[in-house]
Ligand binder design. Structure first.
Ligand code: SF4
Length: 419
């Protein structure tokens, strides 16, 4: 089936020059065209409308995809990508203001919680063979790791990249598109956006997806500038030694014409409503984290307010939208009663059929690792792995609630435990 971004490119937009429209006008048009998008998407899924895919950019007409691109650029100027809603201008590093004497001067823009400006860094990309079987298949999930994060988890197991925005290499949307293309041509089943968190790089990601139509049928005669770009990005390709460069376009093109890579949003889900609306017409599957219960744990351990309300709101949205998703929940030591239990109960009440991966691989890292100089004693309660008793207790809660967790959780269990 065509990835959603291909359908978005075939839904025409009624605004002639998007750059001249107000943001309000763009959102109004976006709502209208999302409705049209959904009709085609549903028809495509029912397999009865497979000839409707076209690429409006070839006809010099703007599409829902172009609307998405324009909207994320506008959002960047008053950043509301995630629930922090910092409202700072990330589109430039400086603004012109006036000092106390009325003299015009350049003022360095403030940073939001994620510490980012407009630039995006990718730390690594590779065929991920450790994701859930439904996403990794037999060729791996085409995973792209961005730096920095909008949550500040004391136990982060990717702390080297989530707390260091300069890790890896700076990338542009076209370099990112090249990563997507390379991974898919090597046989990856999908593009897997992760970090840190991908939400804070929304503008770069959406622009990259918009460029994917520039890749035509496999052309092994790579141009010189493309070769230079490939050499640049391959410095961070973590599986270079494992995978020889081998074209495998068998599934990479829809109708032998359109480059087709399904998009997977692998995120902490601490996103704004606006970001959810943009991603609705771009993401083919979702992999949300649901870590904490409704108490103070998100604030204490991740310095993240509004956690429960934001995550449950976004989960309800993708459920109502009929999206494909797997919820991940990490069992944490001493947090089975306050976090695991309410999380599982909420899922049982609201979306009992949804597959869950209840993960048992927590180990103390980042500020929670007693052997590290970064260790902080106030995180002592989570400075160990969960016990077997805690893991089995979490599984038992899920079983008592008749949740759909066994296939995914047991297959990935680090301890090989099951009920
Ligand atoms: S992405 Fe989130 S944390 Fe970063 S500036 Fe935007 S609203 Fe703030």
């Amino acid at each position: 089936m065509p990835a959603k971004y291909l359908i978005s490119k075939s839904v025409p937009c009624n605004i002639t020059d998007l750059r001249l429209a107000t943001e309000e006008e763009l959102w109004k048009e976006h709502r209208n065209q999302t409705n049209n998008f959904l009709q085609t998407w549903k028809a495509v899924r029912l397999d009865d409308d497979l000839n409707t895919i076209s690429d409006l950019s070839l006809q010099k007409r703007s599409s829902l995809m172009d609307l998405n691109v324009e909207l994320v650029k506008r959002m960047l100027t008053h950043c509301n990508f995630c629930r922090w809603n910092c409202q700072i201008d990330r589109s430039s590093d400086e603004t012109v203001g006036e000092d106390r004497n009325g003299v015009r001067e350049k003022i360095k823009n403030k940073h939001g919680t994620c510490q980012l400006e407009s630039a995006s860094n990718v730390s690594s990309y590779f065929h991920h063979r450790g994701e859930e079987l439904v996403f990794r298949g037999n060729m791996g999930s085409g995973t792209i790791f961005f730096t920095s994060c909008n949550m500040r988890c004391s136990f982060c197991q990717n702390g080297d990249i989530s707390t260091d925005k300069n890790n890896g290499i700076p990338i542009t949307p076209s370099l990112l598109a090249l990563m997507i293309w390379q991974l898919r041509m090597e046989g990856c089943h999908n593009t897997n956006w992760v970090g840190g968190d991908p939400t804070i790089h929304l503008h770069t990601i959406v622009q990259a997806i918009n460029m994917l139509n520039s890749f035509k049928m496999p052309n092994t005669n790579i141009k010189k500038d493309e070769q230079e770009d490939l050499e640049y990005i391959e410095r961070i390709k973590a599986d270079n030694l494992l995978h020889s460069w081998k074209m495998n376009s068998q599934y990479a093109f829809y109708q032998k014409r359109f480059f087709n890579s399904p998009q997977l949003w692998n995120s902490n889900f601490f996103m704004s409503d606006e970001t959810m609306c943009v991603l609705r017409s771009l993401m083919d599957a979702w992999l949300p984290d649901f870590k904490f219960g409704p108490g103070k744990c998100a604030l204490d351990l991740s310095r993240t307010p509004w956690y429960w309300e934001t995550i449950t709101n976004n989960l309800k949205l993708i459920h109502e939208w009929g999206e494909d998703f797997v919820i991940r929940h990490l069992i944490m030591p001493n947090h089975v009663e306050c976090c695991t239990k309410p999380v599982l109960e909420w899922i049982a009440r609201n979306m009992p059929e949804v597959p869950i991966n209840i993960m048992d691989q927590y180990y103390p890292d980042n500020l929670c690792d007693p052997s590290s100089s970064k260790y902080r004693e106030r995180y002592g309660e989570i400075a160990r792995s969960p016990t077997k008793e805690e893991i089995v207790r979490a599984y038992q809660y899920a079983k008592d609630l008749s949740l759909n967790f066994e296939a995914l959780s047991y297959e990935k269990s680090a301890f090989g435990l099951n009920l």
